[in-house]
Design a protein around this ligand. Structure first.
Ligand SMILES: [Fe+2]
Ligand SMILES: [Fe+2]
Length: 269
């Protein structure tokens, strides 16, 4: 069951993992930071048969609270995979600490991100990697048919070799910095699309490369059954607003589109 609709305006205890999806065989939890900050960081745990995937685990300073939330679901040493949608410190800084919990875990990322991650302080040759292909054909499979995560390349959004993750069972799109928002007042699930669109705009106009890049990725998403968009910053976008969010990305002017003669903030008027 997709619990996201039930979490709108809900009284949610962010000091505990928040269950977003559970169909009896797969569970997805929010396990992010409860820090009250406009750049709040989300992390997620996906449990499916034989596999426990931690998505964008976050910075070093958030490790203790993310670990605490994970430990309320599984033993942290049972995390089998970490997905790192790109190499920024707010996404990936804690990876060395997770590798201490389980040196056998696999880091899932793109080749150009893989080059950079070991600079957080681990041995690139001592780690298992799953390389995400630009052909979008990399799938992390559970131990049972019908369970898995497909990885979709998202060039220049915002890292040249960024990607997003589509969970086949739930239909959730883990989007990294894409569809992220900068919010004075954070809520776990978007309730007011018009307000949220502005909050997303504040993030995207600076970070994302250009409309060519956002349109390419928006078109890539069209064939997928997307039940929710789950970003690394800002609120979760529930199913009712998914078409609006894809349209937002398709029409967005950002990055180098605004390089000449445009005050970036004019676009918000
Ligand atoms: Fe980033
Ligand atoms: Fe980020």
């Amino acid at each position: 069951m997709n619990y996201i609709e039930n979490l709108k305006n809900g009284n949610i205890n962010l000091n505990e993992p928040v269950l977003l999806f559970d169909d009896g065989e797969e569970q997805i939890y929010w396990v992010g930071s409860s820090e009250n900050f406009i750049f709040r960081c989300n992390a997620y745990l996906v449990r499916m048969p034989g596999v426990n995937v931690l998505i964008d685990p976050g910075g070093i300073q958030h490790f203790d609270q993310v670990r605490k939330r994970v430990s309320e679901v599984i033993n942290p040493s049972e995390v089998t995979h970490i997905v790192s949608h790109h190499q920024d410190p707010d996404v990936a800084g804690s990876i060395p600490l997770w590798l201490k919990e389980n040196p056998e875990l696999t880091v899932v990322t793109t080749p150009r991100t893989k080059v950079l991650l070991p600079y957080y302080g681990f041995d690139r040759n001592g780690v298992k990697w799953l390389d995400v292909s630009t052909m979008d054909d990399t799938i992390l499979k559970g131990n049972k048919k019908g369970f898995g995560i497909q990885f979709l390349s998202a060039p220049f959004l915002h890292f040249p070799d960024a990607f997003a993750s589509y969970d086949i069972r739930s239909g959730f799109l883990f989007s990294g910095d894409i569809f992220a928002a900068i919010q004075q007042e954070w809520e776990l699930v978007v309730t007011d699309w018009e307000r949220h669109k502005i909050e997303m705009m504040y993030f995207h106009i600076y970070y994302m490369a250009s409309n060519k890049a956002t349109r390419y990725f928006a078109n890539k998403l069209r064939p997928y059954r997307i039940e929710a968009i789950i970003p690394q910053h800002g609120s979760i976008i529930p199913k009712e607003f998914v078409p609006n969010a894809i349209e937002f990305l398709e029409e967005l002017k950002c990055g180098i589109d605004l390089l000449e003669g445009t005050n970036y903030l004019d676009i918000l008027d």
